[in-house]
Design a protein around this ligand. Structure first.
Ligand SMILES: [Zn+2]
Length: 340
């Protein structure tokens, strides 16, 4: 089969579209024909080099496709079924896994990070990862859902305990996590303030339900948040930008507010004054993906049409270098999807 592999870390030029051995399912696995694989910033980090990535490596976390064949232990999936994949690898038998806390499993990793991912024609995965999708969701839309909607759900619902009446600051409205978080926060009847780098993106964010938009190139985030909240600040900040916004994000929190972060796109090192943390009784929460239970919860709302994936554009899998270059420029609003 054809797949995209990296044999060394580096720029988009290390991505090779090449022949690899066909994927074969084990007895507890299903073989999926990949129809769409959505990209995430993780694809770029993996390509540039992350610890634990063994070479050669197939990237790609968010897969939608069709069941081709199932192993003999798999009784609830049938060839031809339209499905998406839970974008994670876990052992499924440790104490954390059986308690439903898959993202705390010692073996936990994101599909396409420390295990081969979906930038290929066929992928074999444990049946527990395979989730049927309704007909009203096309493959590009379905592939755009799992990682970002699960991440945003775990951040807002699982960790920060969002509820009606909260005010939430969501950084990076045009990112996958931003798009998911805006919709989830609105579903919980929270007031949403979001940020983006231009007016067009802010308008798109308002269409998704955001109440207020801040242009982070022209306005200072904390000043605008103060104005919008009568100097109170927000209950929850959804962070994934990292070094460039951390200081602003901390300043936006009201007393006893919660900052929850799942990324560090602009850099991992951020400092803060400990006195500010304890005297204002703030909570700083780290979030990594989510659980299978949370994925099913979020998907229920996607399948019912209450949460909507946003596809920016698609590329052919063989043009994977163009897709990475496009991602690097950060001009998109929504997901970039590759099609084998
Ligand atoms: Zn486990």
């Amino acid at each position: 089969m054809k797949a995209v592999r990296i044999h060394q870390f580096g720029g988009p030029e290390v991505l090779r579209y090449e022949d690899v051995p066909d994927a074969k399912p084990r007895k507890d696995q299903a073989l999926i024909r990949v129809k769409a694989c959505a990209m995430n910033h993780l694809d770029l980090w993996v390509r540039k080099g992350l610890p634990g990535v063994n070479l050669p490596h197939i990237p790609g976390s968010d897969v939608a496709g069709e069941v081709v064949e199932v192993g003999e232990y798999v009784t609830d999936l049938k060839p031809g079924q339209r499905v998406l994949l839970a974008p994670m690898h876990f052992c499924n038998h440790c104490a954390k896994c059986v308690a439903g806390l898959q993202n705390q499993c010692p073996e936990f990793t994101v599909l396409g990070n420390r295990v081969d991912g979906g930038n290929c024609e066929w992928i074999a995965v444990p049946a527990v990862n395979v989730i049927p999708i309704p007909d009203n969701l096309d493959f590009n839309q379905a592939a755009s859902v799992p990682l970002v909607f699960l991440t945003a759900w775990h951040m807002l619902v699982g960790l920060a305990r969002i509820r009606q009446g909260h005010t939430v600051l969501i950084l990076g409205a045009s990112s996958g996590v931003g798009i998911a978080a805006i919709q989830i926060a609105k579903m919980f009847h929270a007031r949403v303030i979001t940020t983006a780098g231009d007016e067009i993106k802010l308008e798109r964010a308002r269409e998704l339900g955001a109440d207020h938009g801040i242009n982070h190139y022209q306005q200072q985030i904390s000043e605008e948040v103060k104005k919008l909240t009568n100097k109170e600040g927000v209950d929850i900040v959804v962070e994934h930008v990292g070094a460039a916004t951390w200081d602003q994000s901390m300043k936006c929190l009201k007393p006893a507010g919660t900052l929850v972060t799942c990324g560090a796109t602009t850099g991992p090192n951020a400092g803060f004054d400990l006195r500010f943390l304890y005297s204002r009784q703030l909570s700083l929460l780290g979030s990594y993906m989510g659980t299978m239970g949370e994925l099913y919860e979020a998907l229920g709302h996607v399948f019912a049409g209450r949460l909507k994936p946003v596809v920016d554009r698609t590329f052919a899998l063989k043009d994977i270098r163009d897709a990475h270059e496009y991602m690097e420029k950060s001009q998109m609003f929504g997901k970039v999807v590759v099609n084998p």
